[in-house]
Design a protein around this ligand. Structure first.
Ligand code: MN
Length: 437
């Protein structure tokens, strides 16, 4: 694991941007987004977070103060979409991270130049960080798969392929939007178990899914597989991801081909992408219980065995309309960690491309709902309310089995470990509006 660490992870590093220390975005993080001043007609461009500031990467590129490899990546990072930066691959991105780390350190001679490129985070708005050509959603939490399976198929919860295949389906990229997304409650066909026929109307079991989003960096040509040994060379970074789900639509439509309208109306990403390099201190060995089948050879590598697990702490909160109107803080629904994932990021990429499926820079993979082993660690209301049978009581006395109109769901993430500086993912927020009439 130590081989993944370099001078940019040094816990002793501090930044001349004072707010960086102790924030989600210390100098050891350096995540990317696309932003502009809120309410302005400025062009969106790439930014890097440091404390409560955003470095305008277009302005930094124009200042032309970085060395060659980093300068080229900086120019790509200033574009209105980050697909070019993502396509440049690990080495270019690593060079940019090192240059930014050196420019932002306490005592840096580049402080005066970089200072001119800062925009206060409180004053910005975000766009999707890239063009997402394709979006695939996996199902990597065995705890979620078992809990949901037992609700949909009580006598057959975990299907026999689960421990062998990283299960996924091809989702809808056009409805992925950045944090702040609000959308009408979906409508569609549902069928109560005791009803003779389905009915059409607004979804009654509106849910969220607490997931990680994984952005592809360098792509692969059609017909060329990405071996698991190199799989992470093709990953740009991770974000928080809410895969909104209409459970009653899903229950009626999902067999035999999987989710369709239950999932294609909205999916929300956090604005900041945390690079895999920034996550290096928070990785650990990927292991399977000995009683479970070990992954097939094409899903196994030394690197993955030694570093495959990422300990990303996740939390999910709700802010109802009543809480918002009363000025009350959002209420926590659950906490979990990406470390519980049954399949790793490298395994998802290797499996996705094993028969030559082309991945493009900016493609998005959802990890699947990241529920932990305990009931309270569930990453969806479907699980927390035990299929809608057990209402959750919020601190203000309101009750929920599923989401009401006006409810906002907030997801946050962070990594911390002894000997490393804590880094955060910021948050992703989305709101359910009344159904269209
Ligand atoms: Mn999902």
């Amino acid at each position: 694991m130590t081989t993944l660490l370099n001078e940019t992870h040094d816990p002793a590093l501090t930044s001349w941007v004072e707010s960086a220390q102790g924030s989600d975005f210390p100098i050891q993080n350096l995540p990317f987004s696309v932003f502009r001043r809120a309410g302005s007609d400025e062009e969106f461009r790439g930014g890097v977070a440091i404390g409560d500031q955003v470095i305008d990467m277009q302005a930094l590129a124009a200042a032309d103060i970085l060395d060659d490899a980093a300068q080229e990546a900086c120019e790509a990072a200033g574009e209105p979409i980050l697909n070019m930066l993502m396509s440049m691959g690990k080495d270019a991105n690593s060079a940019l991270r090192l240059a930014l780390s050196r420019a932002l350190r306490t005592g840096s001679e580049q402080q005066a130049e970089v200072e001119k490129c800062l925009v206060a985070m409180a004053e910005v708005e975000y766009d999707l960080p890239c063009v997402i050509g394709d979006y695939t959603d996996f199902y990597t939490s065995i705890h979620h798969a078992t809990a949901v399976g037992s609700l949909f198929r009580p006598d057959n919860p975990l299907l026999p392929n689960y421990k062998w295949v990283p299960i996924g389906y091809h989702g809808r990229a056009s409805t992925v939007d950045v944090s702040g997304q609000s959308f009408p409650r979906p409508v569609g066909q549902t069928k109560a178990p005791d009803a003779a026929e389905p009915s059409f109307g607004p979804c009654k079991r509106m849910d969220y899914e607490l997931e990680m989003g994984i952005y592809i960096g360098e792509g692969n040509a059609l017909g060329e597989r990405v071996d698991i040994e190199n799989a992470e060379d093709h990953v740009f970074g991770l974000c928080l991801f809410n895969d909104w789900s209409a459970r009653d639509l899903q229950a009626w439509e999902y067999q035999p081909l999987g989710p369709f309208l239950a999932k294609n109306f909205a999916s929300t990403v956090s604005p900041w992408i945390i690079t895999t390099e920034a996550l290096a201190p928070f990785r650990s060995a990927f292991t399977r219980p000995e009683s479970d089948p070990q992954p097939l050879p094409y899903l196994t590598s030394d690197f993955n065995n030694e570093n495959g697990s990422m300990d990303i702490q996740l939390e999910c909160l709700i802010e109802t309309e009543q809480m918002r109107n009363a000025g009350e803080a959002p209420a926590k629904l659950s906490e979990s960690s990406f470390k519980h994932s049954y399949w790793t990021v490298a395994q998802m990429v290797a499996h996705h491309t094993v028969n030559g499926c082309a991945m493009q820079p900016g493609d998005l993979l959802g990890s699947g709902t990241q529920s932990g082993p305990e009931h309270e660690e569930a990453g969806s209301l479907l699980e927390l309310s035990r299929g809608g049978k057990q209402a959750i009581t919020l601190p203000n006395g309101e009750q929920r089995t599923f989401l009401n109109d006006g409810d906002s769901v907030i997801m946050r993430g962070y990594c911390e470990r002894d000997g490393a500086v804590r880094i955060g993912f910021g948050e992703v927020v989305g709101t359910v509006l009344p159904a269209l009439v």
